[in-house]
Design a protein around this ligand. Structure first.
Ligand SMILES: Nc1ncnc2c1ncn2[C@@H]1O[C@H](COP(=O)(O)OP(=O)(O)OP(=O)(O)O)[C@@H](O)[C@H]1O
Length: 335
């Protein structure tokens, strides 16, 4: 378990991390989200004792990182900035770390196998592609077979197969009872991977909740109905006490009703439906809704472009209805 208590970091006048308190528990993947500059990397660096907190503490299974005798066997980490020796082979990079952490050398070929780099073990990382470098970083994190793993933007530079692989790796590591803490800006990926979320904005804690509750509490879900007999459908809905809102393309949107109930209502009135679909908002929409006020760096919309409907309106955008964040039920947790 990782326990963060009152964690604060100032850089001069700038408060990068502001009295953060939360725990990262074993057995689940915990996602760490926040807009650019929210303080995620600084928090992760403090967890690894790479930055000193201005105040507050981080405990790794009850200890400060620097008190851990062989740290790689307690907590493995992939940080954005890689600390590999470019002139040494991948194998030798891992060997140095293994030796300083009393990890048997036999573990090196195991982790190179896991990340798919066995065939390039003798090559130097300076010639590696971004994805290969990322895989080597993941091998480093796994080297000590640690119960706690932290990944900062792990899918950076990975191709779709690599993204799928790291997603499943993190889930299976969590299923083994390990503590998995992962940051990513890719909301669709996070939605498929994380069970729990810690969300920060301007260094402060905004949410510490399950993925399902986060989406539910920060977005709108509704049912979309499309019918060639729209006016009659509207009347039937209104008679039954449902308020319909005009959607795009002549659809009707109804909040707060079960999809099945609305389908049965239409059937009772003999009204043909061309669409009856539950519209669930995506994690991305929920995230943008929650963090809108804490975003520091806004891009200007290009002329002629409309900003995303999620900004400020709290309703799913064109893709939201298709559950682009990946309905966790549909995609299958064990995928
Ligand atoms: N060494 C430093 N000196 C001064 N300011 C810093 C330093 N490191 C981070 N900051 C500032 O602290 C704030 C938090 O930065 P941090 O990199 O932790 O955010 P982040 O959430 O990881 O951002 P991103 O999503 O863009 O990676 C930012 O305003 C950043 O400019």
């Amino acid at each position: 378990m990782i326990e963060v208590e009152g964690l604060t970091k100032r850089f001069g006048q700038k408060i990068a991390v502001d009295h953060l308190t939360f725990q990262v528990r074993p057995g689940v993947v915990t996602g760490f989200l926040g807009p650019n500059g929210a303080g995620k990397s600084t928090t992760m660096r403090m967890m690894l004792d790479l930055d000193n907190p201005t105040s507050g503490t981080v405990r790794i299974d009850g200890k400060h990182y620097r008190e851990l005798p062989e740290p790689l066997t307690h907590m493995g980490a992939l940080l954005e900035a890689k600390a590999m020796h470019g002139g040494r082979s991948a194998y030798n990079n891992l060997l140095c770390l293994a030796q300083s952490n009393r990890i048997p050398a036999s573990r090196i070929s195991e982790v190179l196998d896991v990340v798919g780099l066995s065939s390039v073990a003798k090559r130097k990382p300076k010639g590696f592609s971004m994805g290969m470098g990322q895989r080597l970083g993941i091998a480093t994190a796994l080297l000590g077979d640690p119960p706690i793993l932290m990944f900062d933007e792990p899918v950076n530079g990975l191709d779709p197969e690599g993204i799928h692989w790291i997603r499943n790796l993190m889930k299976s590591l969590a299923r083994e009872g390990r503590t998995i803490f992962v940051s990513s800006h890719l909301m669709s990926e996070m939605a498929l991977t994380a069970d729990h979320l810690i969300v920060i904005g301007r260094g402060r804690l905004l949410a510490n909740t399950s993925m399902a509750d986060f989406i539910h509490e920060n977005s709108r879900s509704f049912t979309r109905l499309r019918s060639p007999d729209r006016e009659r459908l509207k009347d039937a809905l209104s008679e039954a006490g449902h308020t319909s809102v005009e959607g795009t393309d002549g659809t009707l949107e109804i909040d707060g009703a079960e999809t099945a109930e609305l389908g049965e209502l239409a059937a009772r009135h003999g009204i043909v439906l061309h669409e009856l679909s539950a519209q669930r908002a995506s994690l991305e929409e929920a995230f943008m809704q929650m963090t809108a006020e804490t975003v520091e760096y806004h891009a200007q919309a290009a002329p002629g472009w409309e900003s995303s409907p999620a900004w400020g309106t709290n309703r799913p955008g064109p893709q939201g209805g298709q559950d682009t964040q990946g309905s966790r039920g549909d995609q299958g947790k064990g995928a």
